[in-house]
Design a protein around this ligand. Structure first.
Ligand SMILES: C[S@@+](CC[C@H](N)C(=O)[O-])C[C@H]1O[C@@H](n2cnc3c(N)ncnc32)[C@H](O)[C@@H]1O
Length: 233
C-alpha cells in the first residue's frame, strides 16, 4: 500500500466506495426501473437553457454533491417544485435507496448523475446554478489525506464558474478541521464571501433542514455540526 490516493482512473475527486453490501431486491429493482429516466447523459451537450433538463417548468437549478441516501435532496425537491435539482452520488447503494424512495410517481424537478461530481461540473454551462450543496462530504480527517477533500482551489474554481452571481455554496460538516479548511479555502478565493450575520449562525441548520443520515450519526457520536454558506460574488 503506497500513500497515494485510491483514485479511480476515470475520476478526479472520488476516492470512496462505489458499492457496499448487496443491494436489497426492492432497491435493485427500483434502480433498474427508474434510474434511466433520471440519469443525466454527459455524452450529450447540456440543453440551453439548463432548465430544459427537467420535465417540470423550473426557474432555477441547484446541485447537491454526494447526496448519500437522498434524504435532503428529496426533501428540498419537494419543498421547491419550481427549482430543478441535480443530485450526484457515485455510491450505487445510495442511488438505489433514492430510486426506491422516489416511488412510482415521477419527481419532475429532479435529475441525477452517478459518477464523480467534477465530471458533471465540467459539463455544466457557465453561471447555470443558483446553489451548490456539499453536505457532510467525506471528511478525510488524517492530514496526509486532506488532498482528497472535495473542497480545494480547483473545485472552488469549478463552483465559481457554474454558479450565477449571488448563488450560494452551502457546506455542512461535523469535522472541525474540514470546517476550518473550507473557511480558509473560501476566504482565499476571490469569488466567494462567507455569509454570516451573527457570531453563531453557522451553528444553526439551514431553513427547512431535514437532517441527513451522516449528520444523525455524527450527533449520536457527540460531534457538533457546522453549516456554512458562501455567496458567489
Ligand atoms: C459522508 S457521505 C455523506 C452523505 C450525505 N450527504 C449525508 O450527509 O448523509 C459523503 C458522500 O459523498 C459521496 N462522494 C464522495 N466523493 C464524491 C465525488 N467526487 N462526487 C460525488 N459524490 C462524492 C460519497 O459517495 C458519499 O456518499
Amino acid at each position: 500500500m503506497t500513500g497515494e490516493p485510491r483514485r479511480s482512473r476515470s475520476t478526479e475527486a472520488f476516492f470512496g466506495r462505489r458499492r457496499g453490501k448487496t443491494i436489497r431486491t426492492p432497491q435493485a429493482d427500483a434502480l433498474e426501473a427508474r434510474l434511466p429516466a433520471y440519469l443525466i447523459d454527459l455524452g450529450s451537450r447540456p440543453p440551453a437553457p439548463l432548465a430544459a433538463l427537467f420535465a417540470a417548468p423550473v426557474d432555477r437549478v441547484r446541485l447537491e454533491i454526494g447526496f448519500g441516501g437522498g434524504e435532503h435532496l428529496l426533501n428540498e425537491a419537494a419543498r421547491h417544485p419550481d427549482t430543478g435539482f441535480i443530485g450526484v452520488e457515485p455510491f450505487v447503494n445510495g442511488m438505489a435507496k433514492l430510486m426506491l424512495a422516489l416511488g412510482d410517481t415521477p419527481l419532475r424537478n429532479l435529475r441525477v448523475y452517478n459518477d464523480d461530481a467534477t465530471r458533471l461540473l465540467d459539463w455544466l454551462p457557465d453561471g447555470c446554478l443558483s446553489g451548490i450543496d456539499l453536505l457532510y462530504p467525506d471528511p478525510w480527517p488524517k492530514r496526509r489525506h486532506w488532498k482528497r477533500r472535495f473542497v480545494s482551489r480547483v473545485n472552488l474554481d469549478r463552483f465559481a464558474r457554474v454558479l450565477e452571481k449571488g448563488g450560494r455554496f452551502r457546506f455542512a460538516s461535523d469535522i472541525d478541521s474540514y470546517v476550518n479548511w473550507t473557511l480558509l479555502h473560501c476566504r482565499a478565493h476571490p469569488a466567494f464571501d462567507w455569509q454570516s450575520s451573527s457570531a453563531d449562525d453557522w451553528r444553526r441548520p439551514y431553513a427547512g433542514w431535514p437532517g441527513t443520515r451522516y449528520e444523525a450519526k455524527a450527533i449520536r457520536e457527540g460531534r457538533t455540526p457546522a453549516y456554512l454558506t458562501f455567496v458567489r460574488v
